[in-house]
Write a protein that binds this ligand. Sequence first.
Ligand SMILES: Cc1c2[nH]c(c1CCC(=O)O)Cc1[nH]c(c(CCC(=O)O)c1C)Cc1[nH]c(c(CCC(=O)O)c1C)Cc1[nH]c(c(C)c1CCC(=O)O)C2
Length: 384
Amino acid sequence: MHYTGHPTVLAFSKCNYNCLSFLRPKDFPTLQNDTFLRAARGEETEHVPVWCMRQAGRYLPEFRESRAGKDFFDTCRSPESCCELTLQPLRRFPFDAAIIFSDILVVPQAMGMDVLMVAGKGPTFPDPLKEPEDLQRLRTAVDVEKELGYVFKAITLTRHKIEGKVPLIGFTGAPWTLMAYMIEGGGSNTYSKAKRWLYRHPEASHMLLRMLTDVIVEYLLGQVAAGAQALQVFDSHAGILGPVQFKDFSLPYLRDIARRVKDKLKETGQDVPMIVFAKDAHYALEDLSQSHYEVVGLDWTIDPRSARERTGGKVSLQGNMDPCALYSPKDRISEIVQKMVEGFGTRGYIANLGHGLYPDMDPENVGAFVEAVHQHSKLMIKQI
Ligand SMILES: Cc1c2[nH]c(c1CCC(=O)O)Cc1[nH]c(c(CCC(=O)O)c1C)Cc1[nH]c(c(CCC(=O)O)c1C)Cc1[nH]c(c(C)c1CCC(=O)O)C2
């Protein structure tokens, strides 16, 4: 990493994590490209902003090199590493936003659960929640600053090091998605252990979801205080629920998170756009567009025009190219992007993929995607 310029940052590079406290969330460099923030608020832009979920990831050789031989969660706990990994994609592509490198599973860790990242298997909980009694194992009053302060430090450091080029997005997992991991113990095709709780132990399920919601609200507020300029809530396993269970076990908590975060931020005169990404929950689009989030993120199973109709202009939309379209030749990517942007329209729209980038994707094609969004949208906006 090259630390240049500001003397405090220079000093920082020589010290370790423990002496980061002097690096306060203040005097951040002026934001030069606010296209993403304007689009989130439905304001006019000169081009459609674009970023990719998992833009800091294994498809980049420099990411693989930085991560080599290091434990995943040790990397998450190192603000310097998180900062470097967040900045890597920005050095290659003109993305309009950065997302802090971290993971949604740091929240269950903060609540007292062990989570390991096992190569070839993914996230693994050695001791998942099995029965409602297991809720007693969780910390009741989580000291978010103490348990997750390392994420806040990573955000503050990164916001300085981005030098105002683009806004920095903070994020969290949604209560249902985190609950699913905590009970399942890892990834699953059916999430049937977690869904079993919903049918068999609805009260305990709501108790766990409420506990998660309380931690998430504080966590998101801490991220904003540390320098996050937008927030995304990932409900990656929303689709497995179906409309009835989503309305009962996910939506109320997603709403509660947005309302509580916004109410608190209003007290201090802050306004930070919030994005909800409930993957495969197309059945809930109408509800999601009235859930206090400025932006609704979409996976690729939703047609852009019908998403616009169903959300009735109430929110900005983000998404939703099939990540696998990046396996196409570059001219085909450009055509697919053009259709997508035409479908969504250029106002109140943030281009993204419908889910994260995969490790075997060609960085050059990611570059072609970003360029196509900028190029087509600039032309379309000029013609309006
Ligand atoms: C479900 C979920 C997780 N983590 C996350 C989600 C929600 C988004 C989604 O639906 O994908 C969120 C996440 N995880 C990561 C980010 C970083 C920011 C970014 O998008 O660039 C974000 C936003 C880094 C990461 N998190 C992870 C990686 C890859 C592992 C590595 O770097 O060694 C990255 C870049 C690990 C991870 N962490 C998780 C999974 C399923 C995996 C993949 C495991 C595997 O493929 O082996 C849990």
